[in-house]
Write a protein that binds this ligand. Structure first.
Ligand code: AMP
Length: 436
């Protein structure tokens, strides 16, 4: 419809069947990589008490300051739609005593998220992320493994060559105390050149000034003190080892001392995958270590690392690269019939074919034979099975190969087995549902 009466709200989108081919494929790749690395899936609610996000993400982050969808219950409790995944996962980890599980606890999620930001290409108000979190291990080998899995997912989606891995360390919280002072000293007296956001953030969270996208702020940031100068030996060692492990794994990276990530809870390793191609929204995903977060949320000291990527943005990059996911919706068989008796015989036939996992569409409406065959063409069905009055009387059915345009009349009994033979064993089969 060109001018519909109702439209979806600004910045939120329907996922239409063609895009679901991408969604399903991405989910499959993510599940495949996470499962084989021993990760287990978690889903947290669409909304949480607002404090969960404020406490974890940080009051001075863009997300908490201006991007949360907030609402109140009738009794006045304040909630927010979840803007990112880690806070909810950590809340659930603590609430369900997962800290008692063998370490590290490895979880993954594929969920919608909500941010009240200005919609533009690749940035929406409802979007989906897949992500993973590893809790309870501080070894940089875990950082390397998390980065490797993210990279492998990009590879299997066909977009790894279009991305660069940006890598940095932001040290420990202890290292950053000193750095914070250095930054405030450096920026003091230069406030007039800063954008409004940065002016405000200078005393709340000066590290955020380093990744501001405003040109004047970037110029100042490029000449600012560098974190390297205050990194402890331990932080340096963590980063050195991570780089060695990545080299060993053959994962290429670019060191980027300006990468700090927007959220307060990161420590040590931070990384993002950036597109090599033009565009303001160029990160497909990012992550890092958050060793202080579990404690901040009321748990014990628990090192952790995570990664999250945007599914819509991943789809955008796949489309830019000309990648089409496999079309799992392709119709195998179209069943056409004419007359009441034929229709009655075709209904169980359609369902038997479907039980074998064969994608079968049957025109069970009132359309003429030519109308039905036109539909079979439009659906690009591989085969048609045609049951008219004569075939019913003779106990036969017409099997038409739609690609070749050839057809033959075959016995009705045994047609299901014949079609299974022609189309090969199907994964969707009811028999396979319970297989491991
Ligand atoms: P972040 O948690 O902000 O680092 O986001 C991780 C990834 O999620 C980004 O790299 C994007 O791919 C995706 N993402 C974040 N915000 C949005 C948004 N508003 N719309 C679409 N994708 C987003």
């Amino acid at each position: 419809m060109s001018n519909p009466k109702y439209q979806s709200p600004k910045g939120v989108h329907d996922i239409l069947p063609d895009d679901h081919l991408y969604f399903s494929f991405i989910k499959k790749v993510v599940r495949h990589h996470c499962r084989r690395a021993g990760f287990r899936r978690i889903s947290t609610p669409m909304f949480e008490n607002v404090e969960v996000f404020k406490r974890s993400i940080g009051e001075s982050s863009d997300i908490v300051e201006k991007e949360m969808f907030l609402f109140e219950s009738k009794s006045g409790k304040k909630f927010a739609l979840k803007p990112e995944g880690t806070a909810g996962v950590v809340r659930a980890y603590l609430e369900h005593g997962m800290s008692n599980l063998p370490k590290p606890v490895e979880l993954y999620y594929i969920e919608p998220h909500f941010r009240y930001n200005r919609p533009q290409k690749g940035r929406y108000r409802q979007f989906h992320q897949f992500g993973f979190e590893v809790l309870g291990e501080s070894d940089p080998a875990i950082d390397a493994q998390v980065i490797y899995i993210s990279h492998r997912i990009n590879q299997d989606l066909g977009i790894a060559d279009r991305l660069t891995l940006q890598l940095n360390t932001i040290g420990s919280q202890e290292d950053r105390k000193q750095f914070r002072e250095d930054l405030i000293n450096y920026y003091t007296g230069k406030e007039r050149s800063l954008c409004e956001d940065c002016k405000r953030r200078l005393h709340e969270n000066p590290m955020r000034l380093l990744d501001c996208k405003e040109e004047d702020c970037q110029i100042l940031a490029s000449m600012s003190p560098k974190l390297e100068s205050v990194l402890s030996e331990e932080s340096k060692k963590h980063f050195e080892l991570l780089k060695e492990y990545l080299d060993e794994l053959g994962v290429k990276y670019e060191l980027n001392s300006m990468l700090v990530r927007g959220l307060d809870y990161y420590t040590h390793t931070v990384f993002e995958f950036w597109s090599k191609h033009e565009g303001s929204q160029n990160a497909t995903g990012g992550g890092g270590r958050y060793d202080g977060l579990v404690k901040l949320m009321g748990g014990q000291d628990t090192p952790a690392i995570g990664y999250a990527a945007g599914i819509e943005r991943t789809i955008l990059y796949m489309k830019e690269a000309g990648i089409r996911p496999p079309n799992k919706d392709k119709v195998d068989i179209f069943v056409a019939q004419l007359g009441l008796v034929a229709k009655k015989k075709s209904l169980p036939l359609i369902n038997k074919l479907r039980d074998h996992g064969i994608i079968t569409v049957g025109a069970v409406g009132k359309s003429s034979m030519s109308g039905q065959m036109g539909l079979a063409d439009k659906l690009n069905a591989k085969y048609s099975l045609i049951l008219g009055q004569i075939e019913v009387q003779e106990g036969t059915i017409i099997l038409r190969n739609m690609e070749r345009g050839s057809q033959e009349t075959v016995p009705f009994d045994g047609i299901v087995d014949k079609m299974v033979e022609l189309l090969g064993e199907k994964k969707l089969s009811s028999k396979n549902l319970w297989e491991e």
